[in-house]
Design a protein around this ligand. Structure first.
Ligand code: NAD
Length: 377
């Protein structure tokens, strides 16, 4: 059982699919670990750390590997080096990327999309969306604070009193709740909104105030899986009016609103941005999925005519790569563990397991996931 940890080829990706800790644990289960030279550098892990954990270092780590642990979906060029039948665990970004899925099918690999992991209790330890979104929420406040020309906490000094910053968090899922907690730790006055009624109590339990139009539609706005439903145009208009009035008084806005498989909802208009004071900062964590904020630029910090900064960093978990890798690698380990027969020290994939079925995109030369088969045909 040969397991490879390659270096990510995307220049903007600092994370890595394994750490010395997960390498040790996989070796204990009977695997041979091969790490590509320099794979961990972006996350502060040198080759010698991987070697000390028991891995060997190679230039061509994926050659003959039975399992490849990746952060991002392998490109067609990368797949050329993979063995047919290899298991590939990664965040596959499958929606709208049919060509990439077809490449994996063509290479004959069994590709698992970690972001399709069901959000059930058993799979919590494998939930990459949560482990990475949590860090993105934290980092959003750090990034916003770095761009903000003022302090966050109230300070009473001999030279005068500094008021606490006001921060509004839009979307109180995993990222939003961590943004709220981080902003509160730094002493800001925090408000938050979401379309899921369950979010109200969670927001309040963190010491923030919940701001939303709480009508009958709001009370029904959560799917059985716990995700947000797209809201009616009428609800969106009522909510926008409430938000417009609230945003004018904010120093920072952090937006995190997503709806699975759809473009991010537009929550902050250019007029709302124009109503904010100069020096205010907005961080749009949904920028990669179309953005919640009008005027947000993917991968850039845009400054509006009225002096508001809109931060559109890409891959925000990758901006805190060492911590992100350590949690991501544990997520991958936990999933791979269910495919390892401990007595036989070999790979035995339980193809009928609900977690395997939910995440498996490609197998035996075909796209097999029901949500992506039609698109690939
Ligand atoms: P997400 O990343 O899909 O979306 C972020 C947030 O944006 C969500 O809270 C969503 O309701 C909100 N949103 C969507 N449209 C909006 C709009 N128009 N206005 C304001 N907010 C809007 O969500 P997520 O962070 O992945 O979490 C989704 C749910 O899954 C949550 O209920 C979360 O607690 C739950 N969850 C459960 C588990 C588990 O049980 N294993 C693990 C993680 C998350």
């Amino acid at each position: 059982m040969r397991i490879a940890i390659p270096k990510e080829t995307d220049a903007s990706e600092q994370r890595v699919g394994g750490t010395p800790d997960t390498v040790k644990r996989l070796i204990a289960l009977g695997a041979d670990l091969v790490v590509e030279a320099g794979a961990g550098l972006g996350s502060g892990i040198i080759d010698a750390d991987f070697e000390a954990a028991g891995a060997s270092i190679a230039k061509d780590a994926v050659k003959d590997a039975d399992v490849v642990l990746k952060v991002r979906r392998p490109t067609a060029a990368e797949l050329k080096g993979y063995k047919a039948g290899a298991l590939v665990l990664a965040t596959m970004d499958p929606y709208g990327n049919e060509a990439g899925l077809a490449d994996m099918a063509k290479a004959g690999v069994a590709g698992f999309a970690m972001e399709l992991m069901p959000r059930i209790t058993r799979a919590q330890v494998m939930d990459v969306l949560s482990s990475q979104a949590n860090l993105a929420g934290y980092r959003a406040i750090i990034d916003a604070s770095a761009e903000f020309g003022r302090a966050l906490p109230m300070m009473m000094t001999a030279a005068g009193t500094v008021p606490a910053a006001r921060i509004f968090v839009m979307g109180a899922g995993v990222a939003g709740l961590q943004a709220i907690a981080t902003a509160r730790r730094l002493g800001a006055v925090v408000t938050a909104t979401d379309v899921r009624p369950a979010a109200k109590e969670q927001v309040e339990s963190l010491g923030a105030k919940f701001v939303a139009v709480m009508d009958d539609e709001f009370k029904q706005a959560e799917t059985a899986a716990g995700y947000a439903k797209p809201m009616s145009a009428e609800y969106q208009a009522k909510q926008a009016a409430l938000v417009a009035d609230h945003i004018t008084k904010q120093d920072m806005v952090i937006t995190t609103a997503l709806i699975p498989g759809r473009p991010a909802p537009r929550l902050v208009t250019a007029a709302m941005v124009a109503s904010m004071r100069p020096g205010s900062v907005i961080v749009d964590l949904a920028v990669e999925r179309g953005g919640n904020v009008e005027g947000a630029k993917p991968g850039a910090i845009a400054t509006t005519a009225n002096g508001v900064k809109i931060v559109g960093h890409l891959n925000v978990p990758g901006r805190i790569a060492a911590t992100a890798s350590s949690l991501y690698a544990k997520n991958l380990f936990a999933f791979l563990e269910i495919m390892i027969d401990k007595a036989g020290k070999s790979l035995v994939v339980p193809w009928d397991d609900e977690l395997v079925k939910a995440t498996l995109l490609t197998k035996d030369g075909a796209v097999v996931h029901p949500s992506f088969q039609a698109a690939a045909a």
